[in-house]
Design a protein around this ligand. Structure first.
Ligand SMILES: Cc1cc2nc3c(=O)[nH]c(=O)nc-3n(C[C@H](O)[C@H](O)[C@H](O)COP(=O)(O)OP(=O)(O)OC[C@H]3O[C@@H](n4cnc5c(N)ncnc54)[C@H](O)[C@@H]3O)c2cc1C
Length: 365
């Protein structure tokens, strides 16, 4: 089949890798003049790693391995810890925090030369590539402001939920080994993850309050200066240029994502906040299942959408509630202390499994 994919993000490129391996003729149209390599890192959980592997381009060796993840109060007192090696043991796929750049480059390098056409903003979904024969299938992988979604489903922009991540990747500020930490208090959540090559992925999640223009670093210092080490050190190192703003937005997850031979994938179909670290993973899951759906021709698109919608909705609701960004109740802290790190990891894996097509071997038909 001839497949046109709109958008060269993680989801679009992953799908392109899988489809070219199946012998389809694939064209990726990207509006930017090159890969959009900015953004910080994303955490690839076992489901995302399994999906990438299933698409023929494993993400092995990228980023920083994350073996344990702890949650604590701002003074550093830990109230829960997950042993993420349990996910590796049970699925065969480890957890890693990987700069977006590294993922995009790995996928792009695995594609035949000329697959991606840059500087091609798609506005007309009927004939997305006027210089090529008509496509059998068009996939909108064009992110949360998707033009394809607007054209086929009507304008349903992803809505902000008030929260923002102020985030970045900084070298040589703290060595966490393979341990990731989240400190949660009334001022917001500070997350710290090792992202490989001495990089620290950090983010400050804050609801509604915003800094004055140009004064983000001072505002973050005022707000988070009482948080435990290494937060004060990190804040001392930051300049305005280090901080990226990432607003949390959410789509209503519809049962149907397209019409005829057009469908959606990733943030175009179901943008949700990064607080469950599943955005990139769910885009990889979509790509994995869509490849499987297209193996039997374009007839299974609605089935692909139904299966994915059912799975994504669960994680989207959880992420949109921002429950993990809010200070936990006394009961929740107590429960966290009672659960062993392995048990907590198993609960996390159970939640991921419910949202996963690849770990459940879903089949569209
Ligand atoms: C620049 C950028 C930075 C990001 N930073 C982070 C981050 O730090 N942390 C995090 O958790 N998530 C981040 N994300 C989001 C995360 O990458 C996604 O949630 C996840 O990877 C799923 O992505 P996707 O492929 O569905 O869409 P996206 O990653 O949004 O990719 C969509 C692609 O489509 C292209 N596009 C859009 N409209 C059109 C059009 N009309 N025609 C052609 N091409 C079009 C865009 O330029 C983009 O390359 C970022 C996304 C982007 C684009």
């Amino acid at each position: 089949m001839r497949v046109v994919i709109v958008g060269a993000g993680i989801g679009g490129l992953a799908l392109a890798c899988g489809l070219t391996r199946d012998g389809h003729q694939v064209r990726v149209l990207e509006k930017a003049d090159g890969l959009r390599l900015d953004g910080a890192a994303v955490t690839i959980f076992s489901n995302g790693a399994a999906a990438a592997d299933g698409l023929g381009v494993p993400l092995d060796g990228l980023g920083g391995r994350v073996e344990t993840l702890s949650f604590g109060t701002p003074d550093g007192r830990e109230f829960a810890r997950a042993d993420l090696r349990e996910l590796h043991r049970r699925t065969g796929y480890a957890v890693a925090t990987v700069p977006r750049r590294a993922i995009l480059e790995r996928f792009a390098d695995a594609l035949p030369a000329g697959t991606i056409a840059f500087g091609r903003e798609v506005t007309d979904v009927e004939t997305p590539a006027a210089d090529a024969p008509a496509a059998d299938v068009v996939v909108g992988a064009d992110g949360h402001r998707s033009a394809v979604r607007r054209a086929v489903l009507g304008d349903e922009p992803a809505a902000p939920n008030g929260w923002t991540s102020w985030q970045g990747l900084t070298k040589d500020v703290a060595d966490l080994g393979t341990h990731a930490r989240c400190l949660i208090g009334p001022q917001g959540l500070c997350g710290l993850m090792p992202a490989g090559d001495g990089l620290l992925q950090w983010w400050f999640d804050v609801g509604t309050d915003r800094p004055e223009a140009g004064g983000t670093v001072g505002w973050l210092r005022d707000r988070f200066r009482g948080y435990a080490d290494p937060v004060p050190d990190l804040l001392d190192h930051l300049t305005e240029a280090d901080v990226q703003e990432y607003r949390h937005v959410t789509h209503r997850v519809l049962d149907r994502w397209g019409t005829g031979s057009t469908t959606l994938l990733g943030d175009a179909a179901h943008a949700f906040p990064p607080s469950q670290a599943q955005g990139a993973n769910q885009a990889l899951e979509d790509a994995w299942l869509l490849r499987r759906a297209l193996a039997a021709g374009p007839g299974n698109l609605r089935s692909y959408e139904r299966i994915r919608a059912r799975r994504v909705r669960r994680i989207s609701r959880l992420a949109t509630s921002e429950v993990t960004n809010r200070p936990p109740s006394t009961a929740a802290r107590l429960a966290g202390r009672l659960l062993t790190p392995r048990l907590l990891a198993r609960l996390q894996l159970a939640a991921i499994r419910r949202a996963s097509s690849v770990l459940n071997d879903d089949r569209p038909e």
